[in-house]
Design a binder for this molecule. Structure first.
Ligand code: ASP
Length: 315
């Protein structure tokens, strides 16, 4: 099998003269990806992850905040139909698309989330609006759609989210009653100046029904950021991430047990596995260390550091 993990060391200097010690890590979902995925498709995934990294790095170069990077990178991935977020969201049992997203700023532990929305083009921006322009942390359904519209965010008809590939998957899944759950997107950032931020966005699980909400919009489950410890974005079978409070669990192990990010993440992943949860996460700490761990066959993932060191991988 063609091994996709590769590490690129930039010698030409996109990031020249840029001394900050920043780190950006992103994911595009974890799951049991077919190892025989056509190479052209693998390359498309790798190329979009690479562009997302470049976009994030350019924002930090231009003095943008960690939070700006999270929003812009997740938005970019939401607009890309390859991922189960925004434009490429999976279908619900009723043949619609319902989206969840959350964002957290590690400076003051402020956070925002939207759940089960169906008309907001970029749910991650709506999550940020909830954080910055409302007294709440999480808004849901039609109320969240109205809030976004009233706050001037771009709205679309639910049909906008319908892509041929996801619709086919939905029809196949419906026949076999398969609950697929791949392709969520997320981003974590350390800005090199002590600030952390995290964000996650998803269409949830194929065939979800009864207003099911996963971990992605739940602060502490799918997303967490605290300048004192780390920033985390998760992907996988959301019910387990909610039950085990996975994102906060990593930060708590660092805070209470004084573990390194690497050690804390390892313990949390072991716990997820112990309870038969599947998935993974990307996380960075307040020194710029990063982890991208998962217990599934694959996780679309990528990272970049200020020195230009990149890692982009699927399996
Ligand atoms: N965690 C998401 C959910 O359960 C799905 C995923 O990450 O693939 O809704």
């Amino acid at each position: 099998m063609f091994k996709l993990t590769f590490v690129l060391l930039f010698t030409h200097l996109v990031l020249a003269g840029f001394s900050q010690n920043f780190t950006i890590a992103i994911h595009g979902g974890a799951g049991n990806v077919d190892p025989n995925m056509p190479e052209v498709l693998q390359q498309r995934y790798l190329a979009t992850l690479d562009s997302a990294l470049q976009l994030g790095a350019s924002i930090l170069e231009n003095e943008g905040s960690a939070l700006d990077v999270v929003e812009v990178v997740v938005k970019y991935l939401e607009d890309c139909p390859l991922y189960n977020a925004g434009k490429g969201a999976v279908f619900t049992w009723d043949g619609k698309n319902e989206l969840d997203a959350s964002i957290m700023d590690g400076r003051m532990l402020t956070a925002g989330a939207v759940a089960g929305v169906s008309r907001i083009k970029n749910p991650i921006s709506a999550a940020r609006k909830v954080m910055e322009a409302s007294p709440h942390v999480m808004l849901s359904g039609m109320g969240a759609d109205s809030f976004a519209e009233a706050n001037g965010l771009e709205m679309v008809d639910n049909e906008y989210f319908k892509t041929a590939k996801r619709f086919e998957e939905f029809e196949r899944a419906k026949q076999r009653y398969l609950k697929d759950k791949m392709g969520t997107v997320g981003c974590v950032v350390y800005d090199g100046k002590g600030n952390l931020a995290a964000g996650t966005s998803t269409g949830g699980m194929t065939l979800k029904r009864w207003g099911r909400i996963g971990d992605a919009p739940v602060i502490g489950a799918g997303t967490y950021a605290d300048n004192a410890t780390c920033a985390v974005s998760c992907t996988g079978h959301g019910e387990y991430f909610i039950r085990l409070g996975i994102a906060r669990d990593i930060a708590a192990r660092m805070e209470y047990k004084q573990l390194s990010l690497e050690e804390a993440a390892r313990e949390t992943l072991d716990k997820l596995t112990q309870y038969q949860g599947t998935g993974g996460f990307v996380a960075v700490d307040n020194q710029g260390n990063l982890v991208m761990q998962f217990n599934t066959r694959a996780m679309f993932r990528a990272s970049i550091k200020a020195n230009g060191k990149k890692e982009i991988a699927i399996f």
